[in-house]
Write a protein that binds this ligand. Structure first.
Ligand code: FAD
Length: 476
């Protein structure tokens, strides 16, 4: 079958009727029409349609050995050209969403691609099923399945000494195994787009000590007993003038509950193996390729922010002020630095033990560990440049009311009429100050783990030995 269209993606979602709860109510009917989800579903459908566009076909897809066209996000790169093609695919999609859909399909497709490529790490190990993983990857790419995921336990007690010891599990654990599969009960965090995808990929969090928490599997979102409990929606209305971003890219985040969920054996990748649970992700190809996806998207997002900042500068004509130029230069520096790190990772890519053309890890780790502080700063710059303009933002209805004459007179700017100026400033507001915008900041701070841990990992993984040796040599 191969890659799907936006229409097929929507039809599959509407048909599956996953159990999703929002604001105390169970979602009924088509998810693609629900006010909280329809914007993002439509945006994602657009991404799937892009895969079929004639001029993008070579970037967005490749031909598999059986002749079907597969989305590039599933491509296991064997050459530097493949790696470049992957970046172009990621950035084509990111450009469509201004990098605001953190979980566009390429994110999780990349994750699954890397896990499957590394399946040999599970070979011959207790309670491990490498073939299930590679078979499932084949199925996912053939059907162009979409994924959410949950990789962490509920935030109950994060002390290093904490060990959950309760009759009623909080963190999801295996409570039974039978001839059909394993039975999982408890909860996990935090599935962005939970319920809005075909499947959920579940992996142990790092550093666990209980075998019952050690598992990896994927199941359809509509599996019996699986529930997605959403936060409130940050879609504040239907007008794309008022809410240019939340109407299109409000991804939603959900707590995942497994209520005696049966995971069939053919979907279990491993279970009850602490050593594998604590090592697989780091030893696999997960990190370099997932970070390559992440940083490729972040570069596009930073460029969009630069565009918004400079548009504000031009609109109210503030470029003559030194501090304004310095602030925009901070964003330029972020863009150029992130992009340079990304391209360096590709330049130094090498074939790894799984036969993948692996981008160099360190530059990607540096970029990814910097972005949690870069992002809040560059969005703050938009607020600082926009000043009161960020809140002088009457709604679209105001421009269709009797007060319009006043708005036209008093909200005009150096280069724009009132309506267009407010349109731009509403974009700046939705990007940085609305519930949608502030959630974006929290996302960029935490989605890949706490920023402190990311920094520690840069240090832990960096080969400083040549420089220490050099100093030794210098001293002698
Ligand atoms: C918007 C958003 C979307 C997300 N989407 C997903 C998703 O789709 N799938 C998914 O699996 N996860 C997702 N996450 C979760 C993300 O992976 C976690 O937020 C991240 O790993 C941090 O874990 P935590 O939130 O439980 O924070 P905690 O681990 O509870 O940390 C809370 C605070 O305590 C500190 N702390 C905790 N432990 C330590 C320690 N050992 N040493 C030092 N400091 C410590 C942290 O630095 C932090 O300041 C998402 C998060 C956000 C904010």
């Amino acid at each position: 079958m191969g890659m799907i269209s936006g229409k097929e993606y929507k039809q599959r979602l509407d048909k599956q009727q996953a159990e999703i709860w929002i604001d105390g109510e169970k979602v009924c009917g088509d998810i693609s029409k629900h006010p909280a989800f329809k914007g993002t579903v439509a945006s994602q459908a657009l991404l799937y349609d892009q895969q079929h566009q004639e001029e993008l076909l070579n970037t967005m897809s490749f031909i598999s050995s059986d002749g079907s066209r597969i989305g590039t996000s599933f491509l296991q790169p064997k050459t530097k050209e493949d790696l470049t093609k992957r970046r172009q695919m990621i950035q084509t999609w990111a450009k469509t969403t201004a990098g605001l859909l953190g979980r566009s399909p390429d994110y999780m497709n990349t994750v699954l691609m890397t896990f499957a490529a590394s399946a040999s790490l599970l070979e011959g190990k207790e309670n491990c099923f490498p073939k299930h993983l590679t078979n499932f990857y084949e199925t996912a790419r053939e059907k162009d399945l979409s994924f959410t995921h949950t990789f962490i336990n509920p935030q109950v007690n994060r002390s290093i000494l904490y060990f959950e010891d309760s009759d009623k599990p909080i963190a999801a654990k295996v409570i039974e195994e039978n001839e059909n599969g394993i039975v999982v009960h408890g909860a996990r965090l935090l599935a962005t787009q939970g319920g809005m995808t075909d499947e959920i990929l579940v992996f142990s969090p790092g550093g666990i000590t209980d075998e019952a928490n050690a598992f990896a599997f994927s199941i359809p979102s509509n599996t019996d007993g699986l529930k997605f409990i959403c936060r409130e929606s940050f879609v504040q209305g239907e007008s794309t003038y008022n809410y240019p971003l939340s109407t299109r890219f409000e991804e939603m985040d959900s707590i995942v509950v497994f209520d005696h969920v049966l995971v069939p054996w053919d979907r279990v990748f491993f279970y009850n193996n602490l050593e594998v649970a604590n090592s697989f992700k780091n030893e696999s190809a997960f990190l370099p390729f997932t970070l390559h996806q992440v940083v490729s998207r972040q570069v596009v997002k930073a460029k969009f922010i630069l565009g918004v900042a400079e548009s504000i500068v031009n609109t109210i004509n503030i470029s003559e002020y030194e501090h304004v130029r310095t602030k925009v230069t901070e964003i330029i520096t972020a863009v150029e630095t992130m992009e340079a790190l990304l391209l360096k990772s590709e330049y130094n890519a090498e074939l790894d033990e799984f036969g993948l053309m692996r981008p160099e890890l360190s530059p990607l780790q540096v970029a990814n560990s910097q972005f949690p502080s870069i992002y809040p700063r560059i969005t703050e710059i938009i607020q600082l440049l926009g000043s009161s303009g960020m809140v002088s933002i009457p709604t679209e209805s105001s421009f269709h009311s009797d007060i319009r004459k006043d708005l036209d007179q008093y909200l005009q700017s150096a280069t724009k009429n009132a309506y267009d100026r407010v349109k731009l400033f509403r974009l700046g507001w939705d990007l940085t100050m609305s519930p949608f915008g502030t959630r974006q900041t929290q996302y960029e701070r935490f989605f890949f783990g706490s920023p402190e841990r990311l920094l520690t990992e840069v240090y832990g993984g960096y080969n400083t030995k040549p420089f220490v040796d050099w100093v030794e040599e210098f001293l002698s």
